[in-house]
Design a protein around this ligand. Structure first.
Ligand code: CA
Length: 224
């Protein structure tokens, strides 16, 4: 799950980013309208947490640009202003939800998850493939009935593969979902996560496995 966080209060942004990352989201953080709009053009985010008062303009402009591009990415606006006007303007402008500052981290996480669980949202139903199931809300992977331990990034890889079960997933799609801007992606990072994931699945007697299509991507399918 890759989120965009737009917030110009550095301390608040850092705490929020950290809190979301602990919940296994990949977070890109920007503090201006300009950078955020550029990011939206290159990355398909699963959800956006948007502050309205920004140094180079109004967060509403980001929302307008997004909706003008027919993007249905869920947007949660953050506002310190208690004017009802801002909230109404935000919701009218295509925001999905709002949160007043100051907010509790747990509340923000719950609201973001709720947006992702909406029909068409990134957190859908539980995913299943073979004897493996993945509860995308609880972030839990099971083989038969047993929960297996999987790292945050391995889980991200598995989720993308399960969402496209039986189809090839290009390597750059995995990189795009797993790493935020400014995070170093070494050329073999994805391979490393795939290789660990393979071992975990096989050790847990999963009846599906990850196949490599050299130079193309990866495919999750039943064992032969
Ligand atoms: Ca602000």
């Amino acid at each position: 799950m890759r989120l965009l966080l737009v917030e110009d209060n550095q301390r608040l942004a850092e705490t929020t980013k950290e809190g979301l990352e602990k919940e296994s989201f990949t977070v890109d953080w920007f503090d201006t309208v300009g950078e955020s709009e550029a990011a939206i053009e290159t990355v398909s985010y699963d959800a956006i947490v948007l502050d309205l008062g920004l140094p180079d303009g109004d967060g509403m402009d980001i929302l307008k640009q997004l909706r003008a591009r027919k993007s249905s990415t869920p947007v949660l606006i953050l506002t310190a202003r208690d004017g009802v006007d801002d909230r109404v303007k935000g919701l009218d402008g295509g925001a999905d939800d709002y949160l007043l500052k100051p907010f509790a981290m747990a509340e923000l996480i719950a609201r973001v998850r709720a947006l992702l669980r909406r029909p068409g949202g990134a957190l859908g139903l539980a995913l299943t493939a073979g004897n493996v199931s993945f509860d995308t809300a609880a972030r839990e992977v099971r083989v038969d009935e047993n929960v297996i331990s999987v790292s945050r990034r391995e889980m991200g890889v598995l989720e993308q593969l399960m969402r496209r079960y039986g189809r090839v997933v290009p390597k750059d799609i995995l990189e795009d979902k797993l790493y935020g801007f400014g995070e170093e992606v070494t050329s073999n990072s994805v391979e490393v996560h795939i290789s660990r994931l393979r071992k975990r699945l096989s050790k847990a007697n999963a009846d599906i496995s990850v196949h490599t299509l050299r130079g193309v991507g990866y495919l999750l399918s039943e064992d032969d």
